[in-house]
Write a protein that binds this ligand. Sequence first.
Ligand SMILES: *[C@@H]1O[C@H](CO)[C@@H](O)[C@H](O)[C@H]1NC(C)=O
Length: 269
Amino acid sequence: MFSLRIVLFSLLVAAVTCEDLDFPPGFQFGAASAAYQVEGGWNASDKGENIWDRFVHEKPHIIADHSTGDVACDSYRLWRRDIEMASDLGLHFYRMSIAWSRLLPNGFANKISEDGLNYYNNLIDGLLEKGIQPMVTLYHWDLPQRLQDLGGWTNPLIVDWFGDYARVVFSHFGDRVKSWITINEPSSICDIGHGSEIMAPGWQDPDNAVYLCNKYVLLSHAKAYRIYEAEFKAKYQGELSLANHLMWYEPFSPEDEELAETAREYIVS
Ligand SMILES: *[C@@H]1O[C@H](CO)[C@@H](O)[C@H](O)[C@H]1NC(C)=O
């Protein structure tokens, strides 16, 4: 027992003195959320309905305990407390998403919600006051229902709708936000959301909608990227990317090698 203690103690000393365990300079700690996961306030002020609102209200059986994001973490009301917690945790950055239909209630850029603008301005300013960099996702799965009714991600026009939305976001928040993610996980949005019933919009059309969606989601990312590059980059010097959901496939047996390669190529978005 005694010797075991000594060994453990030595290991501990070795561990805490080992320089290799230090995080490199500039390493940043952060936390991440998505609007639908945390905001609640699903019908607050003039916010428009989105596809997750519709999905959980119309198909409560999809969620095991029938819970919804109607209130969620109530971050629409409790954002000041969120910022305090992020600060207490010592976060360097906080990744959050903007709810498209909170900013543009009908999905289109011809009507901007004042309350939506205020909410995100307060959140961004509050984070920066605590020295926490906001990293903002434009689209984390919550398409305005109005746009879904027009075909959503399978309608080629969405590339322009998303571009218009992105321009509104960049022009209002780009002075303070320097890290942007255009779209979170195209493969989840398209392969799951359009090929199965388990995620909004639950389209279940694996032969057609999935492919159209993947195409127009990627073109929408490109559109937003080019808009930032042409209209905002020189002024604001921010960076943009998308967040991929990556998977890797290994063949079960040598005959499955080609299949595995097809799967790897397919999942790349
Ligand atoms: C908002 O939704 C809640 C249910 O989550 C409902 O009780 C309330 O009446 C709704 N408010 C408005 C203004 O529609």
